[in-house]
Design a protein around this ligand. Structure first.
Ligand SMILES: C[S@@+](CC[C@H](N)C(=O)[O-])C[C@H]1O[C@@H](n2cnc3c(N)ncnc32)[C@H](O)[C@@H]1O
Length: 248
């Protein structure tokens, strides 16, 4: 289902302006100035309506959170949640994950969250998956060595595909589970996670830790966003990534 246009979006954005970073490129290399006592900079890709963002930031006031989301109609809900909780350690970027190297300097990010990203099930669209090798190499350019990517998804084929991609891009896998909440709720749930868990869909999760690589894998720039052709997640045909995707 495509997200409905939110009423009064411009007004609501104005009311949350303190949380929106208008020119993220200007903060490249100096995100910590937003919270000089921050012990870590944590980045969430595709925060959606921000249930996870707001609650995780509330529980970890010592960390600075930056949430990237390319759909303002979703992001405004996340921003209002953060405002209503009175948090001062969360900021938002209305932008695309493909541009992260323009927004963040090398080693600037300690932890990166990818929660329930669009699965792009057709193998023709594999390069758009946020866990495609190219994206994982892109993240190497902003994540410190030993920094982690925490990945969760309800989508089993995407998860199995991603488990092949992480090592190819120089990440060590750990905490791999195909049923995160088997013995009770673990950690903070996202909006999507809550929905899928409530209908009995098992949640997959893994952690990728950035390893040193010499030489660094070549970064192939990812084409910029093309919002006009975006296929909403639920409307996509579900098919299993093919063996060739794993080698992709
Ligand atoms: C399926 S929703 C999941 C939202 C949230 N993470 C959750 O678990 O509830 C995926 C979100 O990622 C956003 N998104 C997808 N690709 C993105 C990209 N390349 N850059 C930034 N946001 C992206 C979408 O707009 C959408 O809000």
């Amino acid at each position: 289902m495509r997200m409905r246009k939110k009423p009064n979006l411009d007004l609501r954005m104005e009311q949350c302006a303190d949380f929106l970073i208008q020119n993220p490129k200007e903060y490249r290399g100096r995100w910590r100035t937003l919270k000089p006592d921050a012990k870590e900079v944590r980045l969430e890709l595709g925060c959606g309506k921000g249930r996870f963002t707001a609650e995780t930031a509330r529980q970890n006031p010592q960390a600075l959170y930056i949430a990237v989301e390319r759909v303002p109609d979703a992001m405004i809900v996340a921003m209002e949640r953060v405002r209503d909780l009175g948090l001062n350690n969360v900021y938002f970027i209305d932008g695309d994950a493909a541009q992260l190297r323009d927004y963040f300097a090398p080693d600037e990010v300690d932890l990166l969250y990818i929660n329930f990203c669009d699965p792009w099930p057709s193998s023709h669209h594999a390069r758009r998956r946020l866990t495609h090798e190219n994206f994982l190499v892109l993240y190497r350019g902003i994540l410190r060595e030993g920094g982690e990517i925490h990945f969760k998804t309800d989508n089993k084929p995407l998860f199995e595909y991603s488990l092949f991609q992480f090592p190819k891009a120089g990440y060590e896998l750990s905490q791999v589970t195909r049923n995160l909440h088997e013995c009770g709720i673990q950690g903070v749930m996202t909006d999507y996670e809550e929905k899928f868990h409530s209908i009995g869909t098992p949640i997959n999760r893994c952690v990728g830790t950035k390893l040193a690589m010499d030489p660094e894998p070549e970064f192939k720039p990812i084409p910029g966003p093309d919002r006009s052709r975006r296929i909403p997640r639920e409307a996509e045909e579900q098919d299993t990534p093919k063996e060739s995707d794993k080698e992709d």
